[in-house]
Write a protein that binds this ligand. Structure first.
Ligand code: ZN
Length: 387
């Protein structure tokens, strides 16, 4: 019999693959595929279309081939360690004082390890269970859509529920905001600043668009939230500019100004309605700029979009997690996860995983051994319920 590794042993293997989002994840995926195969579990890969040789998502089914079951879903990529000061090698799982240190231990290879462990258990116990591992989550949740679509299109029996194991301290998170993000490039016209009125300062027109964002935030903050929005903090959609560059010199109107704009959208409001409003403002400003110089314009490039996870009644994934954990508190978060993509693909989805989101992305990221053990008890109870 091949060796049935413990969650901790699997975690040590996973941490050893430096799967920073900009780098390949294929060696990790191949390892998982090989490990599952050694236990008689066939897995399937969805290669990233633009990085066929280096990035893949993986999905697999263990146990009897019946529909209506559960998918355990995690991402395999991690954020970089550049510029962070680590006490030990971030890509070597290291125990100190009841904690396991390493990049991704919390976000979210700890859950991935538990899910892989549970797959082998499921196969041995004859319980149906599915696994879905994605790429490119940390750069805008972009791999989640590919994965959810590939899973739906696959020959695997159609599961009903998805548990996305982002760190929640094993509590059920039943809702999160969606997001849509743009890169804005304002194309101005350079003139000497003494004759500013004959040119178009990309910076000063960009500022008008940013001020529109400030206005949206103020307007939304002042409005009365609906029942779904009221579950979130803050209870409204907001829009943020996180990065900006532009201009050449003190006395030249800026030819270029570029900045990133991100909306965090409460469930119930659609991405489309915010995109429409944003584009209308861009068009309005462009028209005004072109009255000064017709060659001026505002270019917007969609960056990424994460659908919201809409809290609601009759969510089988939420019901299942609550039955296992006994946790009945209503919990929503304002960051996006792949659960939104799964819900958009027709699954019931909930977020529940070990460790605390505040440890994610930090230097000396760790998971408490007690959290890994809590995760293992969760998986064990899950298998008992599904058996
Ligand atoms: Zn994550």
């Amino acid at each position: 019999m091949p060796q049935h590794l413990s969650p901790r042993e699997i975690l040590a293997e996973l941490v050893g693959f430096a799967t920073v989002s900009r780098d390949p994840n294929l060696p990790l995926i191949e390892w998982v595929a090989g490990y599952l195969h050694s236990h008689g579990i066939e897995s399937f890969q969805h290669r990233k279309p633009t990085e066929l040789d280096t990035k893949a998502a993986l999905f697999a089914h263990a146990g009897p081939r019946v529909a209506g079951g559960v998918v355990l879903s995690g991402h395999t990529d991690v954020v970089p360690v550049d510029g962070q000061s680590w006490t030990s090698d971030p890509f070597v799982l290291t125990e100190r004082e009841g904690r396991l240190y390493g990049r991704g231990t919390t976000d979210m290879k700890g859950f991935d390890a538990l899910a892989i462990w549970a797959m082998v258990e499921a196969q041995q116990r004859g319980v149906p269970l599915q696994l879905a591992l994605s790429y490119d989550e940390e750069i805008g949740c972009v791999g989640g859509r590919d994965l959810a679509e590939a899973l739906v299109a696959s020959d695997l029996p159609r599961a009903a529920s998805v548990i996305v194991g982002e760190p929640t301290m094993m509590k059920a998170v039943s809702g999160h905001k969606g997001s849509v993000n743009f890169w804005v490039h304002v194309h101005g016209v350079e003139v000497h600043s003494s004759i500013l009125h004959t040119g178009v300062s990309a910076i000063m027109w960009g500022a008008k668009l940013i001020e529109w964002c400030n206005g949206i935030n103020a307007q939304n903050a002042a409005s009365t939230p609906g029942p779904v929005a009221a579950m979130f903090e803050p209870p409204y959609t907001n829009v943020h500019v996180g990065q900006i560059s532009g201009g050449t010199a003190h006395n030249i109107t800026a030819k270029d100004c570029a900045f990133g704009v991100g909306f965090r959208i409460v469930p119930g409001e659609t991405t489309e309605q915010w995109v429409t409003r944003f584009k209308a403002e861009v068009a309005r400003l462009t028209e005004q700029m072109q009255q000064v110089r017709p060659e001026a314009w505002i270019e917007i490039t969609p960056m990424f979009e994460v659908p919201a996870l809409r809290p609601g009644a009759n969510n089988s994934a939420e019901t299942l997690v609550r039955a296992i954990t006994g946790d009945n508190a209503s919990l929503q978060v304002s960051y996006g996860t792949e659960a939104g993509h799964f819900q958009a693909a027709g699954y019931d989805a909930v977020v529940c995983g070990p460790s605390d989101i505040i440890l994610a992305h930090t230097p000396d990221e760790y998971i408490e051994i007690a959290q890994l053990e809590a995760g293992q008890r969760f998986m064990d109870r899950l298998l008992t319920r599904l058996g």
